[in-house]
Write a protein that binds this ligand. Structure first.
Ligand code: AMP
Ligand code: MN
Ligand code: MN
Ligand code: MN
Length: 282
């Protein structure tokens, strides 16, 4: 089988960040859905990897180590996926711990904002019911709680009305720098990939500056086929990858069977002209 024919899913989340399944459950679901090569990419966390790897190998699933690092670039939040990392690399482990460290304070501030600006009380405690890793309280956990109390019909409505920039529960936060994230990934022997580029609210000029800086730092790939891109964006970002000389990655960004639009392993193949980031891996 050629690399582009494999069902490769290099972006997914477990309960160790803001997904709902345990790493081993996610491995089983990936296997069931026909995935050949899988990466768990929890936000700012690598502690799900041992369980994920053991489960994947037991199922005969090819396993790639991964992480999704939160970055602040020009005041915007950008996600950088690291693949094929050594998850025990000290600078990476310490960098991720630093990146996670403000989440608790931010969550309390979000709850205070939701209370004072939207009259929603108890959201910190409510969100905590969904948290699997006390170091990784996320907006997703708040979103699940706000759906639970009937405020919105689904998680994406909660983001639209409460948790995204400009809404009452949004609290600005400073994550890692782009140079730090790419540096930690490369220092751990990995490949840096821009996650879901179609989601960022950047002008064409800012996008060019961003991709140029990412490339200069040693970034190698962008996600072209991802759960949050439209079919048109698969082609649009494949062309952009060609312009900058980036390889392409593919990942569902699966979090939960309840709010999944695209299941793990459920994406179409990369466009023909894309160069798979995994082509040289096996
Ligand atoms: P945080 O790292 O706490 O800022 O949370 C970011 C996470 O929120 C992302 O990784 C997604 O899982 C989720 N998220 C962000 N925007 C949306 C959206 N519009 N709809 C659903 N989930 C979202
Ligand atoms: Mn997430
Ligand atoms: Mn992301
Ligand atoms: Mn993700």
């Amino acid at each position: 089988m050629s690399p582009s024919e494999l069902n490769v899913d290099l972006h997914s989340h477990s309960i160790i960040s803001d997904g709902v399944l345990a790493p081993a459950q996610l491995a089983a679901r990936a296997k069931q859905n026909g995935v050949d090569v899988w990466a768990l990419t929890d936000h700012d966390e690598v502690r799900g990897i041992p369980e994920a790897r053991a489960a994947a190998l037991a199922l005969g699933l090819r396993y790639i180590t991964g992480v999704e690092i939160s970055v602040t670039w020009a005041g915007k939040t950008i996600h950088i996926v690291g693949l094929n990392i050594d998850e025990n690399n000290t600078e990476l482990v310490n960098g991720l711990a630093k990146t996670r460290s403000g989440r608790e304070r931010r969550a309390r501030d979000m709850a205070a904002e939701l209370a004072s600006r939207a009259g929603i009380h108890g959201s910190y405690e409510g969100a905590l019911k969904y948290v699997g890793n006390p170091d990784l309280i996320s907006r997703s956990h708040f979103a699940r709680y706000l759906v639970e109390i009937g405020l919105c019909a689904n998680v994406s409505e909660v983001f639209k009305h409460y948790l995204s920039d400009g809404n009452p529960g949004f609290v600005p936060h400073r994550w890692a720098t782009l140079a730090e994230a790419v540096g930690w990934i490369r220092g751990a022997g990995g490949v840096a990939v821009v996650a879901h580029p179609g989601r960022y609210d950047l002008s064409p000029v800012a996008f060019d500056a961003f991709f140029t800086e990412f490339k200069d730092l040693g970034g190698l790939a962008i996600e072209t086929v991802t759960g949050s891109h439209t079919v048109d964006q698969y082609d649009e970002y494949t062309k952009i990858a060609a312009q900058y000389g980036f390889l392409s990655s593919r990942g569902s960004d699966f979090h939960s069977p309840q709010d999944a639009e695209i299941d793990i392993g459920g994406l179409p193949a990369l466009p023909k002209m894309a160069k798979p980031v995994w082509a040289s891996w096996f």
